[in-house]
Design a protein around this ligand. Structure first.
Ligand code: C5P
Length: 239
């Protein structure tokens, strides 16, 4: 396939196409965690995440969320609209898990009274620190209007995703999204939504380790990582 490599991230490679407004996003089997301190591969992850993300982008588009997704063009590749990614990771949490438990002493699995939006500065050298609206303004990472939009869109995505994953018997614990600006200045959901970027628990399993169907299996060496992604793919593609 034509095109030159524009950018290689931890989980995907972006290539140019003949159209400057369109890029090819290639999903990799590589897996990293803890700011790439832990590295590995998950068999067929590229294909599974590409299929899962494609389905989710299509679903969100059908619910009125503007995304960068155009179409899936091969098992591990999709065409996307070229955007300038804001260097902000937007995390939405419904249940306490991961970094918020360490940071604030919350109990893992504690249901939050309402969804919580957090911002992290996308900066590997600094280890993606938590930032506030004031930091975003100070660092000029986005305008105050964009910050308001980011929160609104993230909460709307959360509502739609919770509904979608419920149909898959999956509990959406939390997730991370990245957004970008297209050539017309429009804010679009970009990057990916997959078990790499969401915590997903099997609704029908009570055991706190057995129910995990996302990258925490890789992070915590719980085993059956590819099997968990496969299970999510099966359910998401049927939903
Ligand atoms: O690590 P933490 O608990 O802050 O992660 C919150 C959510 O964001 C999790 O679903 C995790 O998979 C996702 N995340 C991500 N990429 C990062 C950091 C977190 O997809 N760099």
């Amino acid at each position: 396939m034509s095109g030159t490599k524009l950018y290689e991230g931890k989980a995907k490679i972006l290539f140019t196409t003949d159209d400057p407004q369109i890029l090819r996003s290639q999903y990799k089997d590589d897996a990293t965690a803890f700011n790439a301190l832990k590295k590995g591969t998950i068999a067929h992850k590229g294909e599974m995440n590409c299929a899962i993300a494609s389905r989710i982008f299509q679903y969100l588009e059908s619910q009125g969320i503007a995304t960068h997704f155009i179409q899936q063009i091969s098992p591990h590749e999709m065409e996307v609209i070229a955007v300038k990614i804001l260097p902000i990771e937007v995390v939405v949490r419904n249940i306490a898990a991961g970094s918020i438990c360490k940071r604030l002493g919350l109990e893992q699995g504690q249901l939050l009274k309402q969804p919580l939006v957090e911002f992290f500065y996308k900066n590997d050298e600094l280890g993606d620190p938590l930032i506030t609206d004031a930091h975003i303004e100070m660092l000029e990472l986005a305008t105050p209007e964009q910050v308001t939009q980011l929160k609104q869109i993230a909460l709307s995505i959360n509502q739609h995703l919770q509904e979608f994953f419920k149909r898959c018997d999956l509990i959406l614990v939390d997730f991370k999204v990245e957004m970008g600006i297209d050539h017309q200045g429009k804010l679009l959901l970009a990057d990916e939504i997959s078990p790499d970027t969401c915590r997903l628990w099997d609704q029908n399993i009570a055991d706190p380790s057995d129910r995990i169907l996302d990258k925490d299996r890789f992070r915590q060496d719980l085993g059956n990582v590819a099997e968990a992604y496969q299970e999510v793919a099966k359910r998401v593609l049927q939903a």
